[in-house]
Design a binder for this molecule. Structure first.
Ligand SMILES: [Zn+2]
Length: 272
């Protein structure tokens, strides 16, 4: 049984009632907050960030009965560095079943300039039989150029990227991958370059685990001018969260971690 759910962008824009439905995961703002943000969500460059995603993702414990993940972006693409990107901020907030959800408020401050709010619909990932790409024989990747060292690098890049393409072929419209097993080894990489090797633990001491990946396919749903030098762009965004669902997120918006991986130019060249 699949333990990975995929997220898809729904066509219709959300109306006011939908926006107030806290179980509705969505792309774009306004943000729905359980309690007001104490400080504005700012990038290191000083710009106010925008809400790209708000997900309802309940945890297994009493204190995480209701749980929200917010992914903010700096509108300045130059801040979207590779690795632990400063231009992306992920916050989590959770509460118990008994807590009053009546205080929910829509905060228009974080409205996304790239899209109108649309629901993210979730479905489980189909099995391997749904893959449309050809089987990859990694021992048999042919390279055309003649510098041996460079060929090796290219072939390595190909493997991760081809696996990535093949996995996406099960459901090419997916924009998000949600990992119920929270196993860091399950991460799907879009390149052999720029994989994370060391994931800092939560401040409570528990390790951080992969909860979800945001794919570059979501960029197609955003109004972005890709001719601009600093246009928003990424291969994959990995969101790592506290494995203990610790109660830090019950008293404040807890900062989680986001790792940004880019497509390597080698992978892209190889499929042309
Ligand atoms: Zn923690």
């Amino acid at each position: 049984m699949s333990t990975i759910d995929l997220g898809f962008v729904c066509e219709d824009h959300l109306n006011e009632d939908d926006l107030k439905d806290f179980e509705c995961s969505r792309m774009g703002g306004p943000a729905l907050f359980l309690k007001p943000m104490k400080d504005p969500v700012l990038c290191n460059c000083g710009k106010k960030m925008q809400l790209l995603l708000q997900l309802y993702a309940p945890g297994p414990s009493e204190s995480s009965f209701h749980r929200f993940i917010y992914l903010f972006l700096c509108p300045n693409g130059a801040c979207q560095t590779t690795g632990w990107s400063k231009g992306i901020k992920v916050l989590s907030y959770q509460t118990t079943e008994e807590d009053d959800m009546a205080g929910l408020l829509l905060d228009a401050d974080y409205v996304c300039q790239y899209c109108e709010a649309r629901e993210i619909e979730v479905d489980s990932e189909p099995g391997k039989e749904a893959e449309k790409a050809e089987d990859i024989d990694t021992s048999n990747i042919k390279i055309e150029e003649n510098d041996t060292k460079e060929q090796y690098t290219k072939a390595q890049g190909d493997v991760a990227f081809l696996k990535f393409q093949k996995r996406l072929s099960r459901e090419p419209d997916q924009v998000l991958r949600y990992y119920h097993d929270r196993n860091n080894d399950d991460a799907l990489w879009c390149s052999e370059n720029g994989k994370v090797t060391d994931i800092p633990a939560c401040s409570c001491g528990a390790k951080r685990v992969l909860e979800l990946q945001v794919l570059s396919t979501i960029l197609a749903h955003l109004n972005i001018d890709f001719s601009q030098k600093d246009a928003l762009d990424w291969g994959i965004l990995n969101v790592y969260v506290c494995s203990a669902f610790c109660d830090k997120a019950n008293s404040e918006y807890a900062e989680e971690l986001c790792w940004r991986q880019e497509f390597s130019s080698q992978s892209i060249l190889s499929v042309e």
